[in-house]
Design a protein around this ligand. Structure first.
Ligand code: TYM
Length: 338
């Protein structure tokens, strides 16, 4: 088993990242090691330049995100933790895969359509070819499993299509790349905004009230939950009663994911009660779950030399793992490298 996943260092970790992906990263770290496999987790800083950004902020966000991941439980001694920019093999493989990816495939990516919006002519080429870099990220390490939230599923399918076409066209009967499987958590595949139950919780939402950041203190968390949008009805007794109530469904889903239980179990406890009773319980559960992460993060983020050492050492391990696959890809394409 080879587990690979990434996160963009564009600001703080939020609850969607944590429940949708990072918590699975931490769980897999233990499970996979027990089976003799390996986990690689990286900061997708090369992806971050596909949209307008402030260079000094990208550098500090990258270090902050390492501190956040370690605070969440990623252990740099057990997992390979690094940033893409220090492993040039990612960019090299992307170029090789650009020969295999089709314009039509990329044109169908919903993230491209959402982020480019009506201004396609003005969008960067990097935003368009972003999913090819993402394919390179996982194929470079022969990833078998990729833990992500629901929103990344389409990108993973594209990575599989690219791998399959490359193997067919250039593999000469052998598999150059492994086809990766997405691992998407059942209870927290898509955590929605606290202000709008139809939009995913996201770093790019201009309203900070729309998300819970892992750096929020207890008072901020309680306020955000209290102000979260809801409807006037009490909670239903059964999951079917959440249909057509996206905000209620989201809050119940968050509670279930944090408590490690199902939505049905949460509704068995809170069904018939109003949000006046449910919101404080959810707020307390959030504070209790996030406080230890917050405390570790605040301590770790101060230690810039330690964070740089983690990234430096992680990059050396990643390069060693990436080398053989990149060599095979160059050779398969008939490229002469001396
Ligand atoms: P990013 O940085 O947007 O998000 C990191 C992870 O968090 C998940 N996620 C969510 N899950 C549930 N609910 C939400 N509201 C929510 N918001 C974010 C994402 O699904 C993701 O798993 N392109 C990727 C980064 C990337 C990557 C990769 C991932 C680059 N290369 C290779 C996997 C493999 C991204 O921008 O994720």
């Amino acid at each position: 088993m080879r587990v690979v996943s990434g996160i963009q260092p564009t600001g703080n970790l939020h609850l969607g990242n944590y429940l949708g992906a990072i918590r699975n990263w931490v769980r897999m770290q233990d499970d996979v090691a027990a089976k003799g496999g390996q986990c690689l987790y990286f900061l997708a800083d090369l992806h971050a330049i596909s949209q307008p950004h402030v260079p000094a902020e990208l550098a500090s966000n990258t270090r902050e995100m390492v501190a956040a991941l370690v605070a969440c439980g990623i252990d740099p001694n057990r997992s390979v933790l690094f940033n893409q920019a220090q492993v040039s093999e990612h960019a090299q493989l992307q170029w090789l895969l650009n020969g295999t990816a089709r314009m039509g495939w990329l044109n169908r990516m919903t993230q491209w359509k959402d982020k480019a919006g009506k201004n396609r002519e003005g969008a960067s080429v990097a935003l368009f070819t972003y999913p090819v870099l993402q394919a390179a990220d996982v194929l470079l390490y022969q990833a078998t499993h990729v833990p992500v939230g629901e929103d990344q599923k389409q990108h993973l399918e594209l990575a599989r299509d690219i791998a399959q076409k490359f193997n067919n066209d250039f593999g000469a009967g052998a598999e150059v790349f492994t086809l990766p499987e997405p691992i998407i958590p059942a209870e927290a595949a898509r955590i929605m905004s606290l202000r709008d139950g139809s939009a995913k919780m996201s770093k790019s939402d201009p309203s900070d009230m729309s998300r819970i950041n892992l750096t929020d203190d207890a008072d901020t968390i309680m306020t955000k939950v209290k102000k979260a949008r809801t409807d006037p009805e009490p909670l239903p007794g059964e999951v079917a009663g959440l249909a057509g109530r996206p905000e209620a469904a989201n809050l119940v889903g968050i509670y279930a994911a944090l408590a490690g239980t199902s939505q049905a179990a949460v509704l068995a406890e809170f069904g018939g009660k109003g949000f006046g009773a449910f919101k404080p319980a959810l707020g307390e559960l959030l504070v209790e779950s996030l406080a230890p992460i917050n405390a570790r993060f605040v301590e770790l983020r101060q230690d810039r030399p330690a964070l740089d050492t983690i990234l430096h050492q992680g990059a050396a391990k990643a390069r060693a793992l990436a080398g053989p696959t990149l060599d095979r890809a160059y050779a398969a394409l008939g490229l002469v490298r001396g």
